[in-house]
Design a protein around this ligand. Structure first.
Ligand SMILES: [Zn+2]
Length: 134
């Protein structure tokens, strides 16, 4: 873990990055322009977001985990309460399709969370010196 960062701070940084897409260093500006495209650097603290090509494999893993969680949750709900078959949907098709569809909205938070993890574990290339806040 990055020097001087406590577990609670790391948790707050990860959550803020994933939910609000904020820069994990300054926590004040978004990392994205558009839905999934990262800025090259943070406009406030100059932290470089584009680490290297292929550094986003973890994003896919996090998105996959979110998708699997949704599929398992829907399956459990269907087994015990039958909400899908009650409204006329075939659970055999709907549950996997919902899992695949969940990947799209989960991609941006997953990418932000993955970058926050790279930052917190010192895998970013150049961490800038803190600028005075203006
Ligand atoms: Zn920043």
């Amino acid at each position: 873990m990055r020097a001087g960062v406590t577990f609670t701070q790391a948790l707050a940084t990860s959550a803020q990055s994933a939910v609000l897409s904020r820069c994990p260093h300054c926590r004040s500006h978004t990392m994205f322009h558009g839905w999934v495209d990262l800025y090259e650097r943070c406009s406030r603290c100059d932290l470089r977001f584009e680490v290297e090509s292929g550094a986003w494999v973890g994003t896919v893993a996090i998105g996959y985990a979110a998708s699997v969680t949704i599929v398992i949750t829907l399956t459990i709900l269907e087994v015990f309460y039958h909400p899908l078959s009650t409204v006329g949907l075939d659970p055999l098709w709907f549950v996997p399709l919902a899992g695949i569809a969940a990947v799209l909205p989960a991609y941006r938070p997953a990418k932000a969370l993955w970058f926050a993890r790279l930052y917190l574990y010192d895998f970013t290339e150049d961490v800038p010196v803190e600028r005075p806040r203006s």
